[in-house]
Design a protein around this ligand. Structure first.
Ligand code: P5A
Length: 437
């Protein structure tokens, strides 16, 4: 893609309404545009990044055997009356009427809808266990939407739902999802801490929040830094190992404000290992057994032909929130560096050009074609502007690698630079190899 063709409305001014750096950066680089309070359009750059995050989330869900489907955004109020949450959910729920006067709503979450799908299709324990998920827009009429995509009204969520015969089996599904979340956040180059959490309006008695460390986060957190030593890749993907993995995590102190007790923190965590900071919740998982299946009559025949309520859990990842959260975690000293796995481009080619000298631009175009042949997704900065402005702009856009074509490039060797590091002069062959790896 040529930068001059990319729809990327970069602004020089710091947007005054944006209080945190991810929000400022997303507006300045034209990743999003607010359409009304807490509701955004996703412009090409922001959308491309979000889609890459979505794909990693999807692959990690599929790899534990979860199956993708798609439920609608608009739901009928009937099922929410059955579960008893229609009144409980209060003003956060956006309620609508269709032309026949039927009460509808824009789904803030999908426990009821998936239970309804499941009860009409599955009747026997033989079809269990199942994990179903979708990646779909949600709406919550947040009283104070803020921080851009971090807390908004309309947001993109991956929500999964597990169905099992017994509580014991259901905990195995919970552990699988716990594992999948750790793998997902690792692939996004994030350090996420699973923390025992309160269950709020979703309910149940077992729940973990996945929180990444960031000074601008909304939750205060207290943790033992040894929690980062646990590597999910050390565990085999079987029920026993995954149980052990969750126990290993649970043994290490890590809590949010709600559960914090100073005496416990000092008793269980050595002074030098104590982390006290803020964090951003990027995922949240719940086990709530028959909280929805019982009132909604989602019954299955067990091995003896007896009817029993299916045991359920639900598992969310804030896909759109992650875009902002990753910026909070990775933006440093005015430089944004996207993790390679989700960067909007693999590399940016920056030729030094002027009205009278287009030689560097022609070289850049040749390199661009070469990279394209190798499936390397390059951005070519063909805009006629001075190099110092170009570098400032690319520090914001955050493509992690640059090929700079200017005074330092000789013959077929070019300046190659990883953001935040020294540049080196390399042949195009070597550059291609580096980018391929
Ligand atoms: C789990 C899946 C649920 O809704 N039901 C289905 C459960 N959990 S949750 O914690 O309420 O939300 C899951 C994740 O969605 C993100 N999130 C938000 N992102 C942006 N703006 C919001 N207003 C918002 N609310 C929730 C969070 O990442 C959360 O962990």
């Amino acid at each position: 893609m040529y930068l001059s063709k990319l729809f990327i409305p970069i602004t020089k001014d710091l947007p005054t309404e944006a209080k945190i750096k991810s929000h400022q950066l997303m507006l300045r680089t034209g990743m999003i545009k607010q359409s009304s309070a807490g509701i955004y359009s996703w412009l090409p750059l922001g959308y491309k990044i979000m889609k890459k995050i979505e794909q990693i989330v999807r692959e990690e869900q599929n790899s534990i055997g979860a199956q993708e489907m798609l439920m609608p955004t608009i739901q009928s109020s009937e099922i929410w009356k059955e579960s008893g949450r229609y009144d409980d959910y209060g003003e956060e729920m956006l309620r609508i009427q269709d032309r026949q006067g039927r009460e509808m709503l824009y789904g803030p979450t999908n426990e009821e809808l998936i239970t309804d799908v499941f009860r009409s299709s599955v009747k026997s324990y033989k079809s269990l266990p199942q994990i179903l998920y979708h990646i779909q827009w949600k709406f919550r009429d947040e009283i104070r939407p803020r921080f851009g995509v971090m807390r908004c009204k309309e947001f993109y969520m991956k929500d999964a739902y597990s169905f099992d015969l017994s509580d014991e089996e259901a905990k195995k599904s919970y552990n699988k999802m716990f594992y999948s979340y750790l793998k997902t956040f690792n692939r996004l180059d994030l350090k996420a801490i699973p923390m025992a959490a309160d269950t709020g309006p979703i309910g149940g008695d077992l729940s973990h929040e996945f929180v990444i460390l960031a000074e601008t986060g909304e939750s205060k957190i207290y943790a033992d830094k040894n929690i980062f030593e646990i590597d999910p890749d050390r565990y085999k993907f079987d029920d026993l190992s995954l149980k052990k993995m969750r126990e290993d995590f649970t043994r290490i102190y890590a809590v949010t404000d709600e559960k914090f007790k100073k005496e416990d923190f000092n008793k269980f965590v050595k002074k030098e290992d104590q982390i006290t900071t803020k964090g951003i919740e990027v995922g949240h998982i719940f086990y709530f057994s028959d909280k929805y299946s019982k009132p909604m009559n989602c019954l299955i025949d067990d091995k003896d032909g007896k009817k029993t309520s299916v045991k359920m859990g639900s598992y969310g990842i804030g896909v759109s929130r992650l875009v902002g959260a990753i910026i909070e975690a990775k933006y440093n000293n005015d430089v944004m560096k996207w993790p390679k796995s989700i960067s909007p481009f693999d590399v940016v080619i920056i030729p030094s050009i002027s009205k009278n000298n287009k030689e560097n631009l022609h070289k850049a175009e040749k390199i661009y074609q070469e990279l394209k042949k190798q499936n390397i997704d390059a951005l070519l900065d063909d805009v006629d502007e001075n190099m110092s402005n170009k570098f400032k702009k690319h520090d914001l856009i955050g493509v992690p690698y640059q090929i700079i074509i200017g005074s330092k490039s000789v013959a077929d060797n070019f300046e190659f630079k990883e953001l935040n590091s020294q540049s080196e002069i390399l042949s195009l062959e070597k550059i291609k190899l580096k980018l391929k790896n």
